[in-house]
Design a protein around this ligand. Structure first.
Ligand code: C6P
Length: 423
């Protein structure tokens, strides 16, 4: 039986001994050859969503052209092939995160859905009035609002770990907040607004020392850093396919098997059951218990292809390359007069948030857009963290491993144009 999707394309499997070849990598991303407003596209909005390599695009089109069928249901040829490919993708995700087994990988819609699933299915039945859920001051709304909802439903209380002026978690405060009523910790791994890498190992260790389970929001971390959920010992880990060079509409929730097994279903419907009668329904085993209805089959298979592509290059090499590019960008952008960088943590990934003195972030974004440069402006769905820095909005350039120093130079030239326009 042939598998759907490319075997990890040899064209992208780079020899670890050879320096990272960004020009070669760029050839794998057809969209990078597009122009915007007549200028070469400079895509620096990767934290919002990343671009897709050809292997992902090909996998999706081949699936729809030649393999499309529903999964886990049919005994016919196509259905078996699609099922095998989808479950193969689950196994690839498990290896990517170093999960103990594929059944610890639940396919969901996104990071957002993963956090909501844990809040409603794990936390809600366990929370009593006065219990506490700990998050940090640099969470994305997706890791704030689901906890606020569950706190409203149960009478539990949200506790927020502060950050310092560099945008780093204040670990002593975290330790202080972990108290006798703490029942759950939900923490970002890499901040989307600041780029800060949080000390996740220590965060988990301290929580576990008090018997408290931890969810890590890996939306920005999984595409940028090697993630080993067993080394981290986190209880849950969430990320989105579309930020990891895969399709939109597919995301991942990793959960330790005994925890997932003990949780009630999040939604009811087809495929999440073993048997149904009007008297009693028996639920399916994990992970299917959490995957009600026809899933995003193409999305799962496409994510498998994206993960194959990423591991073909190597997350260590990706992280190292992006680290060098971030250092270059920080120096170059930071040297533009009137720029204030927001988020200067020692441990950072390729996310550069800044404000330009006297210019609204949206104007910065609009002028850069005219130069063909895509960045994000606004609150980045992380309003509390911007409030912490006393700004309503920032301009954010977020890097991927296909970005180049020349593109950073284009950004810097664009920022000079912004300053000239508003001088
Ligand atoms: N951040 C950004 O531009 P979804 O939308 O479910 O795929 O991801 C939500 C999410 C959760 N946590 C973090 C740390 C994130 O960065 C995001 C998505 C995008 O920063 C879109 S708002």
């Amino acid at each position: 039986m042939t598998t759907i999707g490319h075997p990890i394309a040899e064209t992208v499997r780079q020899d670890p001994a050879i320096p990272f070849d960004v020009e070669r990598v760029r050839q794998d991303f057809p969209i990078l050859r597009e122009r915007a407003h007549g200028k070469p596209l400079v895509y620096l909005d990767n934290a919002a969503t990343s671009q897709k390599p050809q292997v992902v695009i090909d996998t999706l089109t081949r699936y729809y052209r030649a393999e499309n069928a529903n999964i886990h249901r049919g005994i016919h040829y196509l259905s078996e092939r699609a099922t095998e490919a989808y479950e193969g993708a689950r196994a690839a995700v498990a290896r990517f995160l170093n999960a103990a087994e594929p059944r610890e990988i639940v396919f969901v819609r996104s990071t957002t859905e993963a956090v909501n699933l844990v809040a409603q299915s794990y936390a809600r039945p366990r929370l009593q009035p006065g219990d506490e859920v700990v998050i940090s001051a640099m969470e994305h709304h997706s890791n704030i609002v689901p906890w606020q909802i569950v706190c409203e439903q149960t009478g539990a209380v949200l506790r927020v770990v502060p950050i310092n002026d560099a945008g780093e978690l204040v670990l002593e405060e975290y330790e202080r907040l972990l108290g006798p009523r703490t029942r759950f910790v939900a923490m970002v791994h890499v901040s989307n607004a600041l780029g800060t890498i949080t000390p996740v190992r220590r965060i988990v260790e301290l929580a576990h020392g008090r018997g408290v389970p931890v969810l890590l929001d890996g939306a920005q971390a999984a595409p940028r850093l090697p993630v080993d959920v067993r080394a981290l010992d986190c209880d849950f880990y969430a990320f989105s396919g579309h930020k990891a060079y895969g399709p939109t509409g597919i995301g991942v929730l990793y959960g330790k098997a005994p925890l997932l097994e003990a949780m009630p279903p999040y939604q009811g419907g087809g495929d999440m059951i073993l048997s149904v009668s009007f008297e009693k329904t028996l639920y399916n085993v994990i992970p299917f218990k959490f995957e009600a209805g026809t899933p995003h089959i193409a999305g799962g298979i496409g994510l498998g292809a994206a993960i194959g592509y990423l591991t073909g290059i190597g997350l260590e090499r990706i992280a190292a390359y992006e680290h060098g590019l971030l250092a270059y960008a920080t120096e170059r952008v930071g040297a533009v007069p009137g720029i204030r960088l927001i988020g200067t943590a020692k441990e950072k990934t390729g996310i550069l948030s800044f404000v330009v003195k006297g210019v609204h972030a949206h104007d910065v974004g609009t002028i850069l857009d005219q130069e063909g440069i895509a960045i994000r402006t606004g609150h980045h769905c992380a309003q509390p963290v911007l409030q912490r820095f006393g700004v309503p909005a920032t301009a954010r350039a977020s890097l991927a491993f296909y970005n180049t120093r020349a593109e950073i130079d284009a950004l810097v030239a664009g920022l000079h144009k912004v300053r000239e326009t508003f001088a």
